[in-house]
Write a protein that binds this ligand. Structure first.
Ligand SMILES: [Zn+2]
Length: 389
């Protein structure tokens, strides 16, 4: 069994321990400060020193009551059972995880306290957290909770305390505990003043202001919140700041009015798209009245425009009978529509593919293809197809 020194003092970085077991991947110690991956929190990494030799521990995992320290290099020669080693965790990394973990308690607790929404899953990494909520939350709710969490993490100075009690005691006060109480003989509870009380075996900071400001990176499907803190948040904030400045200059707007400017521009784009669509429909209507040419009583219409298939299909219904419409889209793509008994749309497409290479297909009335050859005279090719009838 490995004694969990990180539970006694999460701020301690160095320790001494005895090797009690060797596994294929690494060593098991009688006690350790290395937190093993569990409860949504990533593991610590660092070093073990035996004599003058340093071994890198890249991760630690839990196996029943033991913690395996995974050693990157070949260690079997020097590390033997009974040997005393000195351990040192990567403090900057651990501290970033402690801050992230504590912020997660606070965030989850406030979402539950304010909106009765539980957190169903968490992922805690170095200066990064993902919360998966059991129910949807809207942006107004998110903003309200986020402001409160940030205020506590920046200036509210709330204490984080750990207490242990036996299972029966914990069960008695389970209505005050967020989440479930595991059936262990000793229960470890983490409390953030009047905001949160939860069973947890992770590592946490002592005071909320150690966490610092949080920055939300994404809010997917109104349920998944990914946020950063510490250096990750500051770096991201700097990037966003510069991007905002560039966007503000491009849009010729003050930075703080970018949201309104973006909404205005999106409306403008939407109106332009609608006007463009109306214009295309009017153009198709005009084109349908004057064929490009006529061969064997078939009216041929050729248009060089990138038009959506939905619009073409709908508008071709208004073309006269015995019409053949060829839309030359961008990148050697063609769409063919036919109202002729003698010439099928797919027949033309297959002819083009066979002659010039490419791919495509379709039905008697509608077909499309991408042609490999660039300088093709489409009208000339249609003429060849019709004249061989
Ligand atoms: Zn925790």
């Amino acid at each position: 069994m490995t004694k969990k020194l990180f539970w006694e003092n999460s701020y301690k970085t160095e320790f001494e321990a005895k090797i009690i077991e060797l596994t294929k991947e690494g060593v098991v110690l009688n006690q350790t400060l290395f937190y093993p991956k569990s409860g949504g929190q990533v593991s610590d990494h660092g070093f073990l020193k035996a004599g003058d030799t340093i071994f890198e521990v890249d991760y630690t995992i839990k196996k029943e009551d033991e913690i395996i320290h995974h050693i990157k290099s070949d260690f079997k020669e020097e590390l033997k059972i009974g040997k005393i080693v000195k351990g040192k965790i990567d403090w900057e990394y651990r501290y970033g995880i402690m801050k992230a973990h504590t912020s997660q308690h606070l965030f989850s607790a406030l979402i539950l306290n304010k909106y009765n929404i539980e957190t169903s899953k968490v992922y805690i990494d170095f200066e990064e957290v993902v919360l998966e909520l059991a129910q949807n939350m809207d942006y107004t709710q998110l903003k309200s909770v986020f402001n409160e969490v940030n205020s506590i993490c920046i200036s509210d100075n709330q204490k984080i305390e750990v207490k242990t009690m036996n299972y029966e005691e914990a069960k008695k006060c389970s209505n005050e505990i967020r989440g479930f109480v595991p059936e262990h003989s000793k229960i470890r509870l983490v409390q953030i003043e009047s905001n949160d009380l939860v069973c947890c075996g992770g590592t946490h900071v002592h005071n909320s202001i150690e966490i610092g400001p949080l920055l939300i990176d994404s809010f997917k499907k109104n349920r998944e919140i990914r946020y950063y803190l510490g250096k990750k948040a500051v770096n991201m904030l700097s990037d966003i700041n510069i991007d905002l400045l560039i966007s503000a200059e491009l849009l010729n707007q003050p930075t703080l009015k970018l949201k309104q400017a973006t909404e205005k521009n999106l409306n403008l784009i939407s109106n332009l798209q609608q006007e463009n669509k109306n214009l295309i429909i009017r153009t198709l209507n005009l084109i349908s009245q004057i064929p490009t040419t006529s061969i064997n009583n078939i009216s041929i219409y050729i248009i060089d425009m990138n038009i959506e298939n939905k619009i073409l299909t709908k508008e071709f219904k208004n073309f006269p009978s015995n019409s053949l419409l060829i839309a030359n889209l961008s990148n050697n793509k063609f769409r063919v529509f036919s109202k002729c008994k003698d010439v099928k749309a797919n027949e033309i497409v297959q002819y083009l593919i066979e002659k010039f290479g490419g791919k495509g297909g379709g039905s008697d009335n509608s077909a499309q293809c991408s042609i490999d050859y660039e300088s093709m005279d489409i009208l000339n090719e249609i003429r060849i197809v019709l004249n061989r009838k």
